[in-house]
Ligand binder design. Structure first.
Ligand code: OFO
Length: 184
């Protein structure tokens, strides 16, 4: 790329690096959801599997949106290599508890990134990331709601079957899709 084009970037190198870390994290989220979905499908939790497959696609969109932003800003988005995804789960409850833990970790990463952009006066990235702030808040709420279902229904007897049925209704029966990300 010609030097003048890279000079135009509003991204300082450090923020470009941090955005690339976030790209990796969104890709990791997508692969985690995919793995969890496949485990649920294997175990016969069909509604949970659909919910998680849909979410895997959503997380991939989050990654793509970041990739497009970094490149549109004159940086270079690196397609992440993602390994060591958990593939074995002990229970349906564990799947969703790990999901909540993961979403909390992603929220913290987004908050740190937003804080860094603000302090570096990269207000374009700061503004771009506001969508992720709102998205994480909604996703955490969604994950908490799913775990509440376990406590309300209970896992004894037909409880797990009922929990799996109820998961289909979470997020208004949309399978967990909240808002499509706006175009960059
Ligand atoms: Fe990317 O939304 Fe959660 O992780």
């Amino acid at each position: 790329m010609k030097a003048i084009l890279t000079k135009k970037t509003s991204l300082i190198k450090e923020i470009e690096g941090k955005l690339n870390e976030q790209i990796r994290l969104e890709g990791t989220s997508s692969q985690y959801y995919l793995s969890a979905a496949s485990w649920c499908e294997k175990e016969g939790y069909q509604n949970s599997a659909e919910f998680l497959y849909t979410h895997a696609e959503e997380e991939r969109m989050h990654m793509m949106k970041l990739i497009r932003y970094v490149n549109a800003s004159g940086g270079y988005a690196i397609a992440p290599e993602i390994t060591d995804i958990k593939t074995d789960f002990h229970s349906l409850r564990e799947v969703f508890e790990l999901t909540l833990e993961h979403e909390i970790a992603v929220s913290r990463a987004i908050n740190n990134l937003v804080d860094f952009c603000f302090k570096a006066k990269d207000f374009a990235s700061f503004q771009f990331l506001q969508w992720y702030v709102a998205e994480q808040r909604e996703e955490e709420e969604l994950s908490r709601r799913v775990i509440e279902i376990f406590d309300i229904i209970g896992e004894e007897g037909q409880g797990l079957w009922m929990i799996d049925q109820e998961i289909a209704n979470v997020a208004g029966g949309t399978g967990g899709v909240i808002d499509p990300p706006p175009a960059v």
